[in-house]
Design a protein around this ligand. Structure first.
Ligand SMILES: Cc1cc2nc3c(=O)[nH]c(=O)nc-3n(C[C@H](O)[C@H](O)[C@H](O)COP(=O)(O)OP(=O)(O)OC[C@H]3O[C@@H](n4cnc5c(N)ncnc54)[C@H](O)[C@@H]3O)c2cc1C
Length: 558
């Protein structure tokens, strides 16, 4: 039986610790290693299997004229309803083409035209197409290239490792402690700089496109270490999650489907987008299409009362197999041939626009802690454009690597606080030691339902206050969680306990920020404040002081 309770730990020293081996973490580690510095990379899963591998449609970059980096930056800001960090967006637009070529050097083979030019397609707001892709499995190919490069460079990596806390030397982050999920061994990583690239938090919602690893660990750990999070109220619901069978509920159908002529229809066969966004139709922004689907179903026009159709059965089959081969397979697996029948779809929680507030080198307000990728906030504002996330991880992953090297050079020595380590070991072990208590799965289920029902596509003061009270109660219950005693290969229950604590912290940040923003903007749609108001063109920051969430308003950095 696994999961022995132990209070010993080993220490590993490294100059730079990268927590998270998705697109952003891998790119950061590659940059650090390439520049000759010492780096150690960790992830909760087997190397190469991170969430980024699920990315489908593509990544935005101004590769084909007349698109330019300036255009890419501008539509990112406009698409984000003007609360993005303008400087970050400009850097993003300008540097992205070079990152596409880096990936090509690592072995990624993009879709190209017979002429040799990049094949690019246009998502919402893209007057000039920006989406560079590999079929509808861009993330998989990207991960393959990044992992190959990491292996080639000999980057040290531990599979299936769970970091549970960032450690501090007075005010500075000096490493992290966690548990090897295969051996149950506690390990302390002592580092001069820590790159936190832990991805998003979709798993706190009942219906999500996200991988199991997206449990908001990074937001919770960064908050605990004193970092500021911004835009946490901005939670993106992708309009087209599968709604065919209970087991496939929420699985993504890429935006590439609508961008290539997929049609949304209600149960009467009407293209209902004409009622909501007659100009943009299916290619309105994600928040807009999600709201339209929600309202259409609420008005009684839904298919089976709970979803709508997405049709590509008017396309030649060859086009389906060429443009969206993975979507074709996804539906085939649940018995639907999309070349003959429509797909049933409904919005699914997809992306956290908010996250750790960073500067242009991915640095949080603690410069010793760098945060690229979905864990960061600032680029996407109130709505992320499709294709901007895996791209962002490449630009700011590389920059975080450079920022970490620069910072680590200023650090002569670090000092671990033994008491902090002991307390964390005690906290983790408490879930194993407890003889009676609450099963983690019960808390997780309640959290997911609360977030889906009360902090979803539409929300209001009442629903968010209900969620706040429920999350507070669940937080108390979480202190009584216990793992089951019959454990096989790996203690999944222990990981659940740790992740649930992180999801609850993240949910709390989302709700607190949501209650503050008294308007509707992008993904934040309040029925009690339905208008977007100029005085709210601001960012809401969330931090933690003496264990309590504190919010403040920040001017948008232009
Ligand atoms: C189905 C789907 C399709 C998508 N398609 C696209 C697309 O086409 N284009 C696009 O731009 N975006 C897309 N996205 C969004 C995009 O995939 C993600 O936002 C992006 O991959 C995030 O990358 P990341 O490196 O920040 O995080 P991730 O890839 O999520 O990696 C996070 C890493 O952190 C590790 N980690 C987390 N917590 C801990 C911990 N406590 N201890 C140790 N390690 C930890 C994880 O194990 C993982 O290795 C899609 C998302 C989904 C769900």
């Amino acid at each position: 039986m696994k999961s022995t309770v132990s209070s010993s730990y080993k220490t590993i020293k490294t100059d730079i610790l990268v927590i998270g081996a998705g697109g952003a973490g891998l790119r950061a580690a590659i940059e650090v290693k390439k520049r000759g510095a010492d780096v150690y990379l960790l992830g909760k899963e087997v190397l190469g299997c991170a969430h980024t591998g699920m990315a489908m449609g593509g990544m935005n970059a101004a590769m084909v004229a007349p698109a330019t980096g300036e255009f890419h930056a501008r539509i990112t800001i406009e698409g984000g309803y003007n609360i993005s960090n303008y400087k970050l967006c400009r850097i993003f637009g300008e540097e992205m083409p070079a990152r596409i070529y880096d990936l090509e050097d690592y072995g990624v083979i993009y879709d190209r035209l017979d002429s040799g030019d990049f094949y690019v397609w246009a998502g919402p707001k893209q007057k000039y197409p920006l989406n560079v892709c590999v079929g509808d499995y861009t993330g998989r190919e990207m991960m393959q290239g990044l992992v190959d490069q990491a292996r080639k460079l000999g980057i040290k990596y531990t599979d299936e490792f769970f970091i549970s806390k960032l450690l501090k030397d007075k005010e500075k982050v000096c490493g992290a402690i966690g548990i090897n999920l295969k051996t149950d061994e506690f390990v302390v990583f002592q580092a001069k700089a820590v790159i936190l690239a832990t991805g998003g938090a979709g798993r706190m919602y009942e219906v999500t496109t996200n991988a199991a690893s997206n449990t908001g660990d990074g937001y919770a750990m960064a908050l605990g270490a004193g970092a500021k999070l911004i835009d946490m109220e901005m939670v993106q619901f992708h309009p087209t999650g599968m709604a065919q069978t209970p087991s496939s509920r929420g699985v993504l159908v890429t935006e590439k489907t609508r961008a290539h002529g997929g049609l949304l229809k209600n149960k009467k066969g009407e293209r209902f987008m004409s009622k909501y966004y007659p100009k943009e139709m299916e290619l309105a922004k994600r928040d807009e299409v999600s709201r339209a689907i929600y309202l259409e179903v609420a008005a009684g026009n839904g298919v089976d009362g709970n979803c709508v159709y997405l049709e590509v059965n008017h396309w030649p089959k060859e086009k389906i197999l060429e443009v969206i081969p993975d979507v074709y397979e996804q539906y085939k697996n649940v018995g639907v041939d999309i070349s003959k029948e429509p797909m049933k779809i409904y919005p699914s929680m997809h992306h956290m626009m908010g996250g750790v507030k960073i500067d242009e080198w991915g640095r949080s307000n603690h410069v010793d802690q760098l945060c690229p990728g979905e864990v960061a906030g600032g680029v996407h504002g109130a709505n992320r454009l499709g294709g901007n996330s895996i791209a962002e991880g490449q630009v700011f992953g590389r920059r975080a690597g450079i920022g970490a090297i620069r910072y680590s050079k200023t650090v002569k020595s670090t000092h671990l606080d033994e008491k902090e380590i002991r307390n964390e070991i005690k906290r983790v072990n408490s879930f194993l030691i407890r003889k009676t208590g609450i099963e983690p799965q019960k808390i997780e289920k309640a959290l997911k339902k609360t977030m889906w029902d009360n902090v979803g596509i539409f929300k209001d003061e009442k629903s968010m206050l209900q969620a706040k009270n429920k999350v507070e109660k669940l937080m108390k219950d979480a202190g009584k969680m216990k793992t089951r005693t019959v454990i096989t290969e790996r203690n999944r229950d222990l990981q659940d306990c740790l992740e649930i604590c992180n999801m609850l912290e993240t949910a709390q940040a989302v709700i607190e920020a949501g209650l503050i923003r008294k308007e509707s903007r992008g993904a934040h749609s309040r029925t009690d404040y339905p208008k977007m108001l100029p005085e709210w063109e601001k960012n809401i920051a969330v931090s933690k002081e003496k264990g309590r969430i504190v919010t403040s308003l920040l001017e948008v950095e232009r």
